[in-house]
Design a protein around this ligand. Structure first.
Ligand SMILES: [Mg+2]
Length: 280
């Protein structure tokens, strides 16, 4: 018989999130985490941690450091009797922020895509409509819903939530989320989508993917053109500055001053182009 699971986001749901954790000493469980996981295990759920780790693609940590961080997390939980949790992560990121070529790509594993949940379900024979996704972000809720799990948003304030898909439940902490799962576990799972709705969903996904691909192409074009103009300005500034310096050494002080002024102007222009380019 298929198992049930609770998929849990890592950062700011299970542990504190100081931003791109890359050392085991930074792993700190949030209050109530152990109690929440114990309750979920007692209900018979497998606990599967699913985490976007774009820091790997951004060059802020490597997979060995990440493994040490996750070992620390496992040890902290095991020390309090919570054992056997699986950890899935996505190291990929698309776009120029991904400075590590190997990890620069769009991935079905990266939430809000449901890839990590689907992969875990396939490996462990998990019944997704009878399972749950708990997390603190829109991407967690969207990934859970796309995998047909029930969802709980962990957030102190529902009004801050601006996702396209609403969570099934809302909790102020992981512990409260665990209580909600306990309370609703015996109700039937999420209904499967009917056949009329499925094509619409597929079409919407295709449209969204096409728009994202076009946006990426536009960004790349923009990047190439602006970078070229900025580089030309920079080179021109250097040439004019050298022209000014040659004038000074040649005793043409009066002629050199406007040349140096022009060089400074071109340099400022080049900086401005780079700064404008970096704005989102
Ligand atoms: Mg999170």
């Amino acid at each position: 018989m298929s198992e049930r699971a609770v998929f849990v986001d890592r950062d700011n749901t299970l542990i504190e999130d100081p931003g791109f954790i890359n050392h085991p000493a930074q792993v700190k469980l949030l209050p109530g985490t152990v109690e929440a996981l114990r309750r979920l295990r007692a209900c018979g759920y497998r606990i599967i941690i699913v985490s976007n780790q774009s820091g790997v693609a951004r060059g802020l940590l490597d997979e060995e450091q990440l493994a040490r961080v996750h070992n620390r997390l496992r040890k902290l939980l095991e020390a309090q009797g919570v054992v056997g949790e699986a950890i899935h992560y996505c190291p990929y990121l698309d776009g120029e922020e991904a400075v590590v070529e190997k990890y620069r790509r769009d991935s079905e594993l990266r939430k809000p895509q449901p890839g990590m949940l689907l992969e875990a379900a396939r490996r462990r024979d998990i019944d997704l409509p009878r399972s749950w996704m708990i997390g603190d972000r829109v991407s967690d809720i969207e990934a859970g819903a796309a995998a047909r799990c029930r969802t709980v948003l962990v957030s102190p304030d529902r009004s801050r939530y601006n996702g396209r898909i609403q969570p099934d439940h809302m909790a102020s902490s992981l512990l409260e989320a665990a209580r909600i799962v306990e309370e609703h576990q015996e109700t039937s799972g999420k209904p499967r989508r009917d056949s009329a709705e499925e094509p619409d969903r597929k079409l919407l996904t295709e449209i969204r993917d096409a728009v994202q691909r076009q946006q990426r192409r536009d960004n790349q074009d923009d990047f190439s053109l602006v970078r070229l103009i900025g580089s030309l300005m920079q080179m021109l500034a250097i040439v004019v500055a050298l022209w000014g310096v040659v004038g000074i050494f040649g005793g043409q002080h009066v002629a050199a001053i406007p040349r140096l002024g022009l060089a400074i102007f071109l340099q400022i222009l080049a900086f401005t182009i780079y700064i404008v380019r970096r704005k989102p």
